[in-house]
Write a protein that binds this ligand. Structure first.
Ligand code: ZN
Length: 263
């Protein structure tokens, strides 16, 4: 399996990154994408990806880091590496008011402008979107960028079916974390029921959001993505191996990962 969204550069993993990746591999999670939250973090994520063939990375600025210094040249440079398979995560977080909404929006707009320019120079990639209480606000912004809708994934989807339908109507993908396994989030399971298998992915967003039955384990790790896939399989009435093969193919297609030929 592939954990399509984790944060291996998080300080809670410092010094034991290889141990975490080994533990994932032992659990059948053979590859993972370490998602960047800022330009310095993108360089750190690339360093991990260059050192370990099981790790890929992204380059982008998380909305909750949009008040930190951004080196656009660094982001672009990370994006030139074949180990960097996505732009982002970028977006809007309307749950938190810091950084303030205007700052988040300004950095989102600047980031999309850069991505459009980088795409024009041959650095086109899929885009990982962080959206919290912001689907209706974000969709017109993403649409106005002119980037193809099917290149966006709304990661860590925690909204209900109405927002899920909006994302699907737009044409983007949806990715689920351990929140899908939480008994107190039935609306997320409702959303998962709506998403066609060919447009869904799973992730841990580790070190956050440990899925059931590991919810009390901290930090969350890429190996637990298996529990998210099991819950999604249950929702769709598939066996976990059937769904996992589909999820792998989806992640390979969406991020342009090399197919590693296993089911
Ligand atoms: Zn994340």
């Amino acid at each position: 399996m592939i954990d399509t969204h984790c944060h291996l550069t998080s300080k809670v993993f410092r010094g034991r990154e290889t141990e975490v990746v080994d533990a994932a591999a032992a659990a059948g999670v053979s590859r993972m994408i370490s998602i960047a939250v800022g330009s310095g973090d993108a360089k750190a994520a690339l360093a991990l990806a260059e050192a370990d063939p099981r790790v890929f990375c992204s380059a982008g600025v998380h909305p909750l880091h949009s008040d930190e210094a951004i080196d656009w040249d660094d982001l672009r440079r990370v994006g030139t590496s074949p180990r960097c398979v996505a732009w982002g995560e970028l977006g809007l977080d309307r749950h938190y008011t810091r950084p303030d909404p205007d700052t988040q929006r300004r950095v989102l707009d600047a980031q999309l402008e850069h991505i459009v320019a980088w795409t024009a120079e041959g650095l086109g990639k899929s885009v990982v979107v962080h959206s919290r209480k912001a689907v209706a606000e974000l969709l017109p912004i993403l649409d106005a960028s002119g980037l193809p809708p099917e290149r966006f994934v709304f990661h860590c989807f925690t909204e209900g079916p109405e927002d899920a339908q909006r994302v699907l109507d737009f044409g983007a993908w949806i990715s689920f974390t351990g929140v899908l396994t939480f008994a107190n989030a039935p609306e997320v399971a409702e959303s998962a029921r709506l998403v066609p298998i060919e447009r869904v992915m799973v992730e841990t967003d580790s070190p956050y959001l440990s899925p059931e039955p590991h919810r009390k384990v901290r930090p969350n790790e890429p190996r637990y993505v298996v529990a998210v896939a099991e819950r999604l399989a249950e929702i769709h009435g598939l066996t976990p191996p059937e769904l996992e093969a589909r999820l792998d193919a989806n992640a390979e297609r969406f991020f342009g990962l090399p197919s590693d030929g296993h089911a």
